[in-house]
Design a protein around this ligand. Sequence first.
Ligand SMILES: *[C@@H]1O[C@H](CO)[C@@H](O)[C@H](O)[C@H]1NC(C)=O
Ligand SMILES: *[C@@H]1O[C@H](CO)[C@@H](O)[C@H](O)[C@H]1NC(C)=O
Length: 512
Amino acid sequence: MKLVVLVALFGLSLAQHNPHIKHGRTSIVHLFEWRWADIAEECERFLGPNGFGGVQISPPNEHILKESPWRPWWQRYQPISYKLCSRSGSEDELRDMITRCNNVGVNVYVDAVINHMARGDGGEGTHSSCGSWFSVYTQDFPSVPYSSLDFNDNKCYTASGNIENYSDPNQVRDCRLDRLLDLALEKDYVRGKVADYMNNLIDMGVAGFRVDACKHMWPGDLDIVFGSLKNLNTMWFASGSRPFIFQEVIDLGGEPISSKEYYHLGRVTEFKYGAKLGTVFRKWNGEKLSYTKNWGEGWGFMPDGNALVFIDNHDNQRGHGAGGASIISFWDARLHKMAVGYMLAHPYGQTRVMSSYKWDRNFVDGKDQNDWIGPPSNSDGSTKPVPINPDQTCGDGWVCEHRWRQIKNMVTFRNVVNGQPQANWWDNQSNQVAFGRGDRGFIIFNNDDWDLDVTLNTGMPAGTYCDVISGQKEGGGCTGKKIQVGSDGRAHFSISNREEDPFVAIHAESKL
Ligand SMILES: *[C@@H]1O[C@H](CO)[C@@H](O)[C@H](O)[C@H]1NC(C)=O
Ligand SMILES: *[C@@H]1O[C@H](CO)[C@@H](O)[C@H](O)[C@H]1NC(C)=O
């Protein structure tokens, strides 16, 4: 009997690797710090029409409001309760967004902060996004409610109460991550509160969760929490669909805790992906693009079916978390477009595109003193809406990488080649590489300091194709380069190293 239950639970959690993306779409975008009202509009006017499969949203639960520094982005990683009013909007606005995104086939994934509550320096009072009273001194969060009995301090043996030694898994799981009050997920009561929060969101129609700080929670505790989640709302998802889980585990090697411990629970963020591809495109450490011929598991990454991949995220684009200086964000726009293009063309992993806001960087001794700055805001701290310019870019400091033509078109490329194997690899033993996806798409990069001029087998049917990087197909014509594929599948490519975007991509639906 016990065995049967165990097998059933294991079977359920294995199902949580499926993002339930609809209509043959393949990619997720993280609209970091966007307001719910803007995300609802974006689903309808842009994400749905352009083939994005889902959106990762910032934490929707009640969080602390910090005054010093003034309203940092990371205040949302300091929960006060599981009430659904946050810097991004009210519960009604959240519900409206989830409904409207689902109605245009765009899934919503919630950033779930369940490892901890506010930080030990958070004080006491009602400086929280729904106005709930709390005290970090007595560890009292009456709006959940959590009391001091629901935290891990009795299990942590470091002098400071914080994690001091990442080589000690007990500390990493039971002590405070940078002073954040560490929830006792071994307790049924705490598991129940966390599951109620997540189930409430499932009822509202979300498709799954990005789970924050999973390295800092025991896999066994997470197994029970994830196992007690409901199936997805059948208004939008097939009956019996399990919520998609992708876990933030920063594993660059060198620590006793590894991503592997979390594979059976859901997907895991593959931080090696952006760190390594950044090194390759920057040509650091003697790396060359030609070395990516066996990109993916061949580079020591986790199994394909476990990986959630990205070039940068909200942490490492500002020096937080992991990856280091090699991470390529929108600040290095030319390289960013190429790296995102490579990721979206390559079959490995579940892809996530980053969508950022700008902030004033201020480097002192290599560290950005302004890495805390929150989203574009009004003087009262409220987040500004995302205005859309006539040329479809965003204003007011919102970067909207996902709207950049090259990235938007590569999201479509990935959809068009979905399920096709990587094929027809070519490289010049340096930084010029090309590969196809079956007979549905082909991409070629020139990241060398000299021109590229080659004729290659694309594996594609004969015809004239529109390059979706320098332009795109518009009303039967092409606003970019035209690529002629002969009846033998071969095509000539010429890419100067001085071009704005030194890569070319064609696919079955860019055929003229
Ligand atoms: C960190 O923890 C590991 C594993 O328990 C231990 O071997 C090591 O000595 C510790 N390091 C320090 C500096 O305490
Ligand atoms: C890279 O390819 C170009 C032709 O596209 C060639 O001129 C160049 O010599 C190649 N570099 C190496 C190292 O093979």
